[in-house]
Design a protein. Structure first.
Length: 128
């Protein structure tokens, strides 16, 4: 996902790159811990009770949602390919691409990076 980190941070939505590791599970658990730690460091408050926005609710995004909810977070998701039943199963709220940035205290992208999954134009605009 392409996000202007400086602009997002200036608007009160800190953004950072969370690289993938070789093992998906390690990446998921490490990513969730990094989300919580980075949010605390950048914003100066705990992530508990905040809203985490996720782009992608596939296998990895679903695991991230489960783990972030364990921190007491509300989870909102943009994923045009996911059925409403999956969101209900995970206890997350599906939102539009435009609603994700303003409704999230912190956002994270958990989808494959290919030509067909480049950042949706609406998300790029909403993050500016």
């Amino acid at each position: 996902m392409n996000v202007d980190i400086d602009t997002a941070t200036a608007r009160g939505s800190p953004a950072w790159h969370i690289p993938r590791t070789a093992a998906i599970l390690k990446s998921t658990e490490g990513g969730v811990v990094r989300i919580a730690k980075s949010y605390t460091e950048h914003v100066g408050m705990e992530i508990c009770g905040k809203t985490v926005g996720l782009v992608g609710l596939g296998a990895v995004g679903g695991e991230v949602a489960r783990r972030v909810k364990a921190f007491g977070c509300r989870v909102v998701v943009f994923d045009p390919y996911v059925a409403a039943a999956r969101a209900t199963e995970l206890g997350v709220e599906m939102v539009s691409v435009k609603a994700l940035p303003p409704s999230s205290s912190v956002a994270s992208s958990w989808r494959g990076s290919t030509a067909s999954t480049s950042a949706p134009t609406g998300l790029r605009r909403a993050c500016r």
